[in-house]
Design a protein around this ligand. Sequence first.
Ligand code: 0PR
Length: 385
Amino acid sequence: MDDKPVDKEKILKELSEFHKLDYDYSDGRILGSMCTEAHPFAKEVYFKFLDTNLGDPGLFKGTKLIECEVIKSIGELLSIDNPYGHIVTGGTEANLMAIRAARNHARKYKGIIDGEIIVPESAHFSFKKAADMLNLKIVEAELDENYKTDVESVKKLISDKTVAIVAIAGTTELGLVDPIDEISKIALENNIYFHVDAAFGGFSIPFLRKIGFDLPVFDFSLPGVCSITVDPHKMGLAPIPAGGILFRKEEYLEVMAVDSPYLTVKTQSTIVGTRLGASSAATYAIMKYFGKEGYCNIIRNLMDNTIFFKEELEKLGYEVICEPELNIVAFNHPSIETNELAEKLGARGWKVSVAKCPVAIRIVLMNHIKLNHLKELLEDLKEIF
Ligand code: 0PR
């Protein structure tokens, strides 16, 4: 730290030098991100609420009401009238809260001490962090030939130590939706907590279903579903950080509650103490601003781009791993090794990511990737050999 105060102009200049090293979403070169540039209106609202702290909600009663409204609106999208939950920092924290609720619930009502969670091979790595922090063992369910959770494999892995089963609505690598209906039944039959990670798909599947896309039900209308992660800072187009965790019953929050005697509320169930109210306010604003109609238009456009890109890739001889269900396309070329292709694209300025299961270039067609960017990318993919 400097000994003396530094002039604002100088500070801003220094910061902008750092900022220049960052990629900018508007260049259309960031192809592997599930986040995108937030809408200017959401940013404006975010800034207004920067000082609010939901860790002490009695001091910020209005902002707390905003969080409740946001959870209720997201709940409506996910077919539940009275959800319980919070806007948190992202999918990682949301998944951690769900698994913590499941573990504590199983400990309290079933006496399970050394629990296990059944998680598909396609799950996001946040479950590894959750299992590590919560002292749980991960048992991995296999994928079927379509890269979705194999239901039989889940059944086989159930034991008297299972505290939760997890399925994914919009996998990180391929954007696929698991057979959540079938897994919900299994969870219910075996009286096991069932969490759906819809961090990516939660803000698009409901709208896609509305406009006629043939996607399966994944939400609270399935009686076995106990909690859902759904992230406003991914397909909700809210500013980072904004994750969402919704629970079917209040008891799942209660089993995580710790005493917070000197605060304006006497218990706290969230992992984070001091918590941004700005995330809730910006999410509230952007959800109102777009409405269902706005989100339907956005996702329709993204799916049009996805289908266009997939078809053009095939014309160029690329092999697409699976029919895209959401706005992700994963592909390889028979005559070039995938990592080498990723490097070549990198040399041309494209920031692609490589999926591991199966190995493939993976493009997440977020809002900042426009048709002209895709056409430029296709040109490069044509010339690259
Ligand atoms: N669940 C799923 C299904 C996810 O895809 C992700 C993140 C998470 C949970 C965790 O969410 P948070 O990162 O919000 O905690 N998926 C992307 C990933 O890790 C996130 C991402 C975003 C990656 C932007 C890169 C990037 O540039 O791959």
